[in-house]
Design a protein around this ligand. Structure first.
Ligand SMILES: [Zn+2]
Length: 368
């Protein structure tokens, strides 16, 4: 395994202080000289996982709310892996290469094979991944499931013209463990309609109808709809409950938390975390007043428990648009915003995109 890991050269762990557009190549070139990149090797990735452990412990104690970074403040360090092949180069970047995180793939063919980019097939852990083509680059999002259980994930790039010997090549991408929190939730705080075992027929029918509407909405597939990094959905982000926290209701293990809960009062504004199209905006049994935005490439943001929905399916949304108001509708113990991020059917930590320079990452491989 380490043999092949070594093949992947980690060029840099990058710190970015300001947002820059996804396709701004000019800016990339200018900044490249200012930030010399140092080669670092794989153990760098290990240190990230170790650092994240005490952080999570703090969350478990729940003594103080975690103050997430404010809008406009600098983003966290990201990690990047880069590979130069004979006929193309690519980079992978993300907040960290770990369970529950989203990675961003940027691939650039050499001019000789540039016209073959459309034939490219990308497999991530055996699943074909949709990608966008812009200005000679291919862009794709690779989700790492919170349940991912191997030390590395396999990225396979397939296009016979891009390789001299084979039709494809596999790369092992090291994936670290994430230490997710657990907490006990008293049934006393939950409305009894969500804790009673036998639900009335009428409710069962409504739940079924809700899940069908969701399934139908997630069939929506579109090309990449944004060019810049993600932003927090609330102006003063304070995290009430982190992603994938396992809640124990009435001594029984509940499902892990599928998103991040932000503190807020009833009526507080909710903003779109990026550009996209509304594909669902309605009342649901568990999610309450629920909005889903399609950002393209099967990446969706989900906003739950709202007191008010201010958009309709089909609306084109820009990052930062007011889309609803915080509430406590559905299965909720008090006013807050539950933000979810769904990528290719996998729930991902939304903070992995709002805290990192993800799509605007600059890499050496971006040759003009
Ligand atoms: Zn939640």
């Amino acid at each position: 395994m380490f043999e092949s890991l070594r093949k992947i050269v980690i060029i840099s762990i990058l710190i970015f202080l300001s947002s820059s557009p996804l396709f701004a190549k000019e800016q990339d070139k200018k900044k490249k000289k200012e930030e010399p990149k140092k080669a670092s090797v794989l153990p760098k990735l290990n240190t990230v996982a170790l650092n994240s452990k005490p952080e999570k412990k703090k969350e478990e104690k729940k003594a103080k709310p975690i103050v997430a970074e404010k809008k406009g403040s600098k983003r966290l360090k990201g990690e990047a892996v880069e590979k130069q092949e004979e006929l193309f180069s690519f980079s992978l970047s993300g907040r960290k290469f770990a369970q529950g995180e989203l990675l961003f793939l940027k691939l650039k063919p050499s001019p000789r094979v540039a016209d073959k980019l459309g034939n490219f097939v990308i497999h991530w852990e055996g699943q074909e991944i949709p990608f966008a083509q812009k200005e000679g680059y291919a862009y794709a999002f690779l989700p790492v499931s919170p349940e991912f259980s191997k030390p590395y994930a396999v990225l396979e790039l397939i296009e016979k013209h891009f390789f001299t010997k084979n039709d494809s090549k596999k790369y092992e991408i090291p994936i670290q463990k994430t230490y997710f929190a657990t907490s006990k939730v008293s049934h006393l705080t939950m409305d009894k309609q969500y804790t009673t075992e036998e639900l009335p027929e009428e409710t069962k029918t409504f739940i079924k109808e809700c899940s069908e509407a969701k399934a139908k909405a997630f069939l929506s597939k579109s090309d990449l709809q944004f060019e810049n990094d993600f932003e927090y959905p609330v102006p003063n982000p304070i995290l009430n409950s982190p992603f994938y926290k396992r809640r124990i209701y009435n001594k029984e293990k509940g499902r892990p938390h599928g998103g991040s809960d932000f503190k807020g009062g009833i009526g507080d504004p909710i903003y779109a975390i990026n550009d996209g199209t509304v594909i669902l905006a309605r009342s649901m049994y568990y999610e309450g007043n629920f909005t889903v935005i399609d950002h393209g490439l099967e990446l969706y943001s989900l906003y739950m428990h709202q007191s008010e929905i201010l958009v309709r399916p089909g609306d084109k949304i820009k990052k930062g648009d007011l889309i609803g108001r915080i509430g406590t509708t559905g299965m909720s113990t008090g006013p807050h915003l539950h933000l979810g991020l769904r990528v290719l059917g996998t729930m991902i930590d939304p903070l992995s995109v709002v805290q990192t320079e993800l799509v605007s990452v600059k890499t050496k491989s971006s040759k003009p």
